[in-house]
Design a binder for this molecule. Sequence first.
Ligand code: FAD
Length: 460
Amino acid sequence: MPLTNALILDLQRLLGAENVLTLKEDLIPYSFDGTAALKQLPEVVVFPRSTEEVSLVLRIANASKAPVVTRGAGTGLSGGSLPTPGCMVLCLAKMDKIVELDRANLTLLAEAGVTTLEISDAATAADLFYPPDPGSMKISTIGGNVAENSGGLRGLKYGVTRNYVMGLEVVLADGEVLWTGNKCVKDVAGYSTKDLFIGSEGTLGIITKVLLKLIPRPQARKTMLASFARMDQAAQAVSDIIADKIIPCTLEFLDRTTIRCVEDFSHVGLPLDCEALLLMETDGHPAAVAEEAARMEQLALKNGAINVRVAEDEAQAVRLAAARRNAFSALARVAPTTILEDVTVPRSELAAMIRLVEAVAAKHKLRIGTFGHMGDGNLHPTFLTDERNKDEMHRVEAAFAEIFEAAIRMGGTITGEHGVGVSKKAFLPKFAGQAQMRAMRELRRALDPNGILNPGKMFD
Ligand SMILES: Cc1cc2nc3c(=O)[nH]c(=O)nc-3n(C[C@H](O)[C@H](O)[C@H](O)COP(=O)(O)OP(=O)(O)OC[C@H]3O[C@@H](n4cnc5c(N)ncnc54)[C@H](O)[C@@H]3O)c2cc1C
């Protein structure tokens, strides 16, 4: 149901007029997220400052069945925080406090609007470590990370956001506040409700606080960048490293198109005569790091690496890692529209998937730069295109469909970390199957009978 003037007046009374945006020019920045070619103006944007305010806003919205789209920083890449027509955007940016860092239990409690970087910095200041490091971490919020179950460059060794969530405060669609989880290392009392909300993309409840696990900081780290004439060689080096029982914290790759774009963008001196670059990082006890780094270098060379650059110090390590961290920004400069995709396959299928993406690009006459988390089997084929060119956009869609269908055939998934949102919802039934789709719909109906939370996302 569209928002009425009376409802907007209620919101202004409740939150203060300065926390309720209604003018078109104020709404425009909230009409899109990080996903290319998707735009929709919301009716109103609200900024609650506390859990109580979120709860009151939801009570009002639920009573009039008004759609609510929750938003963190809007960096999502599947259209999750894209407004649905006639909706209210509820933005958590003003709930931005770290509530507690508990050194005895190694936990951190934060409001949902705190950025991932602030979480990481707070942990570092206490000589602790919060590993999940999505490429967007300078601006993405911890609430958005939990809602998408975001990954990052260190996922191979340290896992993803889910592995660090110990508890959540969630406001349900009718305004009721729920707390799930605690500081206990073990807890099997009832269903693991917190796991339902992780990755729920704003469709089951609004996360207002997150209790995170912190771990000791690794004492040492070694960063290396290896170049390969052929992508297969890089993929085989990754397989050999893992078969050698080494789990590096990072094994990331860039293909030829991405290498050229990154070099044009950041001039880090990348070799341009290769088909693949592999960023390898190991961390932990200094003796183990030295041994693992030497072994990884040997395995890269055994697989035909043209060159392996080993960082001498932290400044060089940051420079080498920048090649991978800048990949998306570098690709985004070369075409009017950049569509960053996200498929994951079992690691054994990685080389085949990379070859398939290249073949699909050639077949549909498209430019695709691919980079990603090679150690996780998670690829980001990035389409360099122009949304104004309708014919090309049809070919992009056909190419997507072929890539996702191949991923499912290979035992992979349609999204490893960016979520379903609106971009992937057409592919979800094929991937999840009828029984799982029914269970997910019924779960959603039970928690949000009026369907006000992020309608039209994940499924219709
Ligand atoms: C340059 C770039 C690099 C990226 N790199 C990575 C990467 O390495 N790994 C990765 O996984 N992703 C990556 N992303 C995608 C994106 O940053 C993540 O999905 C991130 O977690 C989104 O956080 P956000 O605060 O911007 O959320 P938003 O985009 O605002 O929202 C994302 C989804 O979560 C929901 N949501 C947000 N906050 C809440 C809340 N408090 N309660 C309930 N639901 C909520 C929204 O409704 C929406 O469905 C990248 C994006 C960009 C632009």
